[in-house]
Design a protein around this ligand. Structure first.
Ligand code: ATP
Length: 191
């Protein structure tokens, strides 16, 4: 069984994330892909982050009706700073014998050695890199292994969505319709 795990802040989820998912399912032939929103990323300050419950709700709206994809709220339930190694250990324990693929955008490749317990991480999963416009293919830093996907490179980021909301610009084409409506309804990212 081939399982994909896609971690991130998802603050908010956007079309770039959904295209990562589509590329991974198609190019790797995943049986299932789990989106795992972080409680708190070790690399991001949470001063302007939307509450975890809201990020989770937006993800569920974005993935509604998509077969193969589901949301796993384990990092939010654990709370505190979220470390991928804890999540991968959980998957390895629950799905013995499954091949685990951890998805990252190209912006994360150079930073992999700074993640907690790199040797264990590299043992537990292959790292699958999805291109982001403007970023070239760097070799995998040791001891990580994995590959690059062709993907559907799209220059959309959560910070861009938050900035557009703050500036009163439309976000409709950049996030699923239900997500845009929920962001507006809850008055997120205005401040
Ligand atoms: P921010 O702009 O707040 O830093 P982000 O858009 O990078 O956020 P995250 O939730 O931090 O979103 O990303 C989760 C994962 O998805 C990361 O591995 C990131 O590299 C990847 N990712 C996000 N957007 C894209 C995109 N447009 N193309 C490819 N990968 C992406």
């Amino acid at each position: 069984m081939k399982l994909g795990i896609f971690g991130g802040s998802f603050d908010p989820v956007h079309l770039g994330h959904l295209l990562v998912a589509q590329a991974a399912v198609e190019e790797l032939g995943l049986d299932r892909l789990y989106f795992v929103p972080a409680a708190q990323s070790p690399f991001k300050s949470d001063s302007h982050a939307a509450p975890a419950a809201m990020r989770l709700r937006l993800l569920r709206l974005a993935l509604a009706g998509k077969t193969n994809c589901e949301v796993d709220d384990q990092e939010i339930r654990r709370g505190g700073i979220s470390y991928t190694v804890d999540t991968l250990r959980d998957y390895a324990g629950r799905f013995p014998g499954a091949e685990l693929f951890y998805l990252i955008g190209a912006d994360n490749v150079a930073k992999l050695p700074e993640w907690r317990e790199p040797t264990e991480l590299a043992r537990l999963a292959q790292f699958i890199v999805v291109p982001r416009p403007g970023l070239s293919e760097l070799p995998f830093p040791a001891p990580f292994r994995g590959k690059y996907l062709k993907g559907f490179p799209l220059g959309v980021s959560s910070s861009q969505i938050r900035a557009r909301v703050r500036s009163g610009l439309p976000i409709d084409p950049l996030v699923p319709e239900a997500v845009a409506a929920a962001i507006r309804g809850a008055g997120l990212y205005l401040g």
